[in-house]
Design a protein around this ligand. Structure first.
Ligand code: SAH
Ligand code: SF4
Length: 345
């Protein structure tokens, strides 16, 4: 609930306004996991809340800390036994968390470990918030940036994600401003137009990965619904309406989408747009056979884009030793080595 909603609920129950403030602070700013923790409430109020309400959060099932850098990967368990992943990364400007928006994903991208298992369910706004507050509490840190780039397609869980964005940016709650948030989508064009209406202040990242329909449809089924040109038209409209630079993600796969020809075609399509290209050496996921491009070819790809006036950077790899790219831990957790589904813990 937002603070006004919680206040209204408390007032309707005959509870004073300051009690709503206290509970809001416990839930949102402190990330309380139980009513028992709310020590400035009377015992009887805590019990009354427990009878009537439930806190949907996440609990740490596994935690992996990289030996190479400060990256921390969490496998979180949800109340119904589902699993999701989050990754905490340390940059010079502070801590960034990559959170999940769904348990699984139904978009079926060929290179993605999350997509392989299909969608289990959407996450609630509180389950998205809880990934942040749990990581903060566990490490005794304040997180400054959020990327919605973990498991799931945020625009396929549109209403809950919009509500999460409203809650997380509240200064009385987690308090991370929209300008410190990025949302990544595989390209649900109808939702991009809906977003434009909201004039969002967060950064929109679009997973492009290919410059033409033949290649993109092969890698990303969503492209059969909305093709590259339709997607880029929506991106242009977004950049024009919001004056915000769109970030295109492009995972480089050897001999597939990393050729000079692909780079030239991509440069032609993005020309004149307020954008930036984020190149990601593809993470090999068991069973898909995709290989990373060579460092030399990555440099050639960048040079072709830059020669056409398009800025591009290669994303730094963090936590390479802990399966930091999403979907892989959950998959391991759900399948035993023989491929059968494991019982709880
Ligand atoms: N569903 C959203 C956000 C989550 S995926 C989306 O698709 O944008 C986050 C990013 O990781 C996307 O750009 C996705 O294409 C990329 N990705 C998924 N699997 C990958 C892999 N094996 N190697 C490199 N990038 C991958
Ligand atoms: Fe879903 Fe994104 Fe993975 Fe595609 S890349 S299957 S949209 S999580």
């Amino acid at each position: 609930m937002t603070k006004p909603e919680l206040t209204q609920r408390f007032l309707a129950e005959g509870l004073p306004r300051f009690r709503a403030d206290q509970v809001y602070q416990w839930l949102h700013a402190k990330g309380a996991e139980s009513f028992d923790e709310m020590t400035n409430l009377s015992k009887s109020l805590r019990e009354a809340l427990l009878q009537k309400y439930y806190i949907f959060g996440v609990t740490i099932e596994k935690k992996l800390v990289s030996a190479y850098d400060d990256t921390v990967k969490y496998l979180f368990r949800l109340d119904d036994g589902e699993y999701i992943e989050s990754v905490l990364m340390h940059y010079h400007h502070g801590w960034t968390i990559c959170i999940s928006t769904q348990a699984g994903c139904r978009m079926g991208c060929a290179f993605c470990a999350t997509g392989m298992g299909g969608l289990a369910r959407n996450l609630r706004p509180s389950e998205m918030l809880s990934q942040i507050t749990t990581a903060q509490r566990d490490n005794g840190i304040r997180i400054s940036n959020i990327v919605l780039m973990g498991m799931g397609e945020p625009l396929d869980n549109y209403d809950n994600v919009m509500r999460f964005l409203e809650l997380v940016s509240d200064v009385d709650g987690v308090g991370i401003g929209m300008r410190h948030i990025s949302l990544s989508t595989c390209g649900i064009v109808s939702r991009i137009y809906e977003l434009i209406e909201r004039r969002p202040q967060f950064t929109l990242s679009v997973s492009l990965h290919a410059p033409n329909d033949a290649l993109r449809s092969e890698m990303m089924p969503i492209n059969r619904r909305w093709g590259v040109d339709e997607l880029l038209e929506a991106c242009r409209a977004y950049a024009e309406a919001t004056h915000r630079r769109i970030s295109f993600e492009y995972s480089l796969i050897k001999n597939k989408n990393d050729t000079d020809e692909c780079a030239r075609e991509l440069a032609g399509k993005l020309k004149g747009m307020l954008c930036h290209v984020n190149l990601i050496p593809v993470n090999t996921v068991k069973g898909n056979g995709f290989e990373r491009s060579s460092p030399g070819q990555i440099q050639r790809f960048i040079k072709i884009l830059e020669d056409s006036g398009i800025t591009a950077t290669v994303r730094r790899t963090l936590g390479a030793d802990i399966n930091a790219s999403c979907g892989q831990l959950r998959r391991k957790q759900k399948e035993g080595s023989d491929g059968t589904v494991q019982q709880d813990r």
